[in-house]
Design a protein around this ligand. Sequence first.
Ligand code: NAD
Length: 264
Amino acid sequence: MITGTPSDKDDRENHQIETAGRWLAEAASVVVFTGAGVSTESGIPDFRGPQGIWKKIDPSIFEFDRYVRDPEVRKFAWKMRLDHPGFSAEPNSSHHAIAEIEKLTEFEALITQNIDGLHHEAGSDPSKILEIHGTMKEVKCLRCRRRWPTQEILARVVAGEEDPACSDCGGILKTATISFGEQLEQHVLARCQEAAVRSDAFVVAGSSLVVYPAAALPEVAVETGAKLIIVNLEETPLDHKADLVLRGKTGEVLPRLAEVVRGA
Ligand code: NAD
């Protein structure tokens, strides 16, 4: 049996990236969909990757019902927020490459499951960023829906309020993120679905594609005729539906993809 040599592998990868870049350059509507994997190279751990948070913390503390019911869970959550790497992290080459692809193509939307705000910091157009799981950079009152910058509420935690309440109505405060079991913002989900339907090239980057309903979006894109490109370190349940799977770090693959689009 003849097996591939390293240079065969390089050639195959180059060819795949060129093909994917051409699809993006020629598409009438491009959507990029990101997950926690695009931010691991900025020092923010993902949930399910090899160094993921699930290896260290019981996932049930991220359940919405537990947060609402149990003040101890809220105290723990605020403590975790104080130390969250997302407040000091910088965008990496994945975020910058996506911002560039956005400017070079007929770009429809950047759908992100990430709550870290790094796509905004990398210069992506805010009107095209759809944060399907919300943002950790804001806090919401679960009763009156008032919002604050997270740093204002964290200052109260530092000053000794372990479980700060809404200063207007006394309601429970929570970062403006979507926990497990919490309703997504329906208008954001609707915009994501419309973008998936309209897309004819849909790139998934750094997502395990197991969190629904977000993970249904690439399926919708494929069913409505888009080419699906998946960039991820590990296998995903949708690899078999993808037109191309680029196995590697998003921080390496996406800049190469942007380079092809730039030259197309
Ligand atoms: P996930 O943890 O389930 O999956 C991440 C995937 O990315 C894994 O398959 C992993 O192998 C891959 N990966 C890790 N680093 C990579 C890299 N450098 N290049 C390529 N692939 C890489 O994440 P998910 O699919 O986004 O779903 C989990 C949920 O966790 C999301 O809803 C998101 O809101 C939340 N989350 C967000 C952040 C963040 O904002 N940065 C961090 C952790 C979790």
